[in-house]
Design a protein around this ligand. Structure first.
Ligand SMILES: Cc1ncc(COP(=O)(O)O)c(C=O)c1O
Length: 390
């Protein structure tokens, strides 16, 4: 029962994320043609509309709604996972230390500057809770990744949203101008999700240096691995310089580990100490995931290949949009945003009916679509469905 409730909730939320239950209403007969329902009909006694809706996963031709990377994880990471099963009765202390040691060596920092976790999300949430204490404010771009500020507002924070510049970048000057005595944290997502835009590195460095003297600066670099030279753009150097900065990284994107859950922050040891009040850190990670991350970390050839495939699929998407007469925001990440010519919710729902999952946003009084970059067959499925609606 507990399982079925959990599954129901998951399906409910993913269906709503993909455009609401409206998609399912009136589509029962189409859904019934799907293999998953044929199996369901054959094996269960009483089927109601509700059980069909809740138990049917939409069969997606293209899953382009969560900025995942279908080109990962690497074969070496998969082999390491299989090998790690034999010793998975052991707690992963040694392994997690090996992983953070590898990261520290590559970045030229100390292990005490790193806290690992099951994805970067628990670390964003810890930051949200700590830095919003006492009704402090959290400054973010608008739109930007909203996980941290959303959790902060649940904790009583004031969310100060700063509109993007005309070219859809975070407006660093306007964000800096909003910093005051009540600011708990400034959240910078670079490249920015959902727009895919990047900041000028020198400008961001200057911002970090100045603003970190007044408040905590959290730089989320979830998508930095998609840049041609991440080392040239990272703000880890600001941590090395002793600044009051937190840099978040994840294996969920270019490494293709979203389902494995592996992420980390780089910060001053005292800041890492604060985080340990809120989370167990690397103890939240499975030995299997950590083994995969050790095998996959900085596996340059594989990562370059994944990047190449992403760029090819992204170029195909650009060409599709252009052909249909649409603009888009040039992206430095594995997703692309473009302005719609119809209602965003309706567009998501119509695309989902065609087996294509994407996301919509509304800002500047305009409906927008964000398409995550997938395999070429998924981008083709997007193109086919999009042509019917554009
Ligand atoms: C900007 C950004 N930060 C953090 C995350 C969370 O990633 P994870 O918890 O998988 O590491 C995401 C996920 O999409 C994201 O887009």
């Amino acid at each position: 029962m507990a399982n079925s409730i959990n599954r129901r909730n998951w399906i409910k939320s993913s269906a709503m994320m993909a455009g609401g239950l409206a998609f399912f209403t009136g589509n029962i007969s189409k859904l019934a043609a799907m293999p998953v329902l044929k199996t369901l009909k054959a094996t269960t006694k009483r089927i109601t509309d509700e059980t069909v809706i809740m138990d049917a996963l939409p069969v997606m031709k293209a899953r382009l709604l969560a900025n995942e990377n279908p080109f990962g994880p690497s074969p070496a990471a998969k082999k390491a996972m299989a090998d790690a099963l034999d010793t998975s009765f052991q707690y992963p202390f040694m392994l997690t230390s090996q992983l953070s040691g590898k990261i520290a060596a590559y970045e030229g920092i100390h292990q005490s500057n790193i806290m690992m976790n099951a994805g970067s999300s628990p670390l964003l949430q810890a930051a949200a809770i700590h830095y919003s204490k006492g009704g402090k404010s959290i400054i973010t771009g608008d739109p930007s990744y909203d996980d941290l500020p959303t959790h902060a507002t649940m904790n009583g924070a004031v969310w100060v949203k700063v509109p993007l510049t005309k070219d859809y970048k975070l407006d660093l000057d306007a964000m800096e101008a909003k910093v005051d005595d009540n600011t708990g944290l400034v959240y910078i997502c670079n490249p920015n999700n959902p727009t895919g835009t990047i900041l000028d590195t020198e400008k961001l460095k200057g911002f970090c240096e100045r603003v970190s003297k007044k408040t905590m600066v959290f730089v989320d670099e979830a998508y930095i691995d998609y840049l041609p030279d991440p080392q040239a753009s990272t703000m880890i150097g600001c941590v090395k310089a002793g600044q009051n900065i937190i840099v978040a990284r994840t294996f969920s994107k270019l490494y293709g580990f979203a389902g494995l859950r592996c992420g980390y922050i780089v910060a001053q040891p005292a800041t890492i100490g604060i985080f340990s009040k809120y989370t167990e850190g690397s103890f939240n990670m499975s030995a299997v995931t950590v083994a995969a991350a050790i095998a996959g970390y900085r596996e340059t050839d594989f990562l370059q290949e994944a990047l190449k495939k992403t760029v090819a699929s992204r170029d195909f998407l650009y060409a599709t949009l252009k052909k249909e007469g649409y603009d888009y925001i040039p992206s430095s990440a594995n997703f692309v945003m473009f302005p719609l010519k119809m209602d965003g919710q309706q567009f998501v729902s119509e695309m989902m009916k065609r087996g294509v999952g994407i996301r919509n946003w509304k800002f500047n009084g305009q409906d927008w679509c964000r398409v995550s970059i997938g395999r070429m067959d998924e981008m083709q499925a997007f193109a086919d469905a999009f042509k019917q609606l554009s």
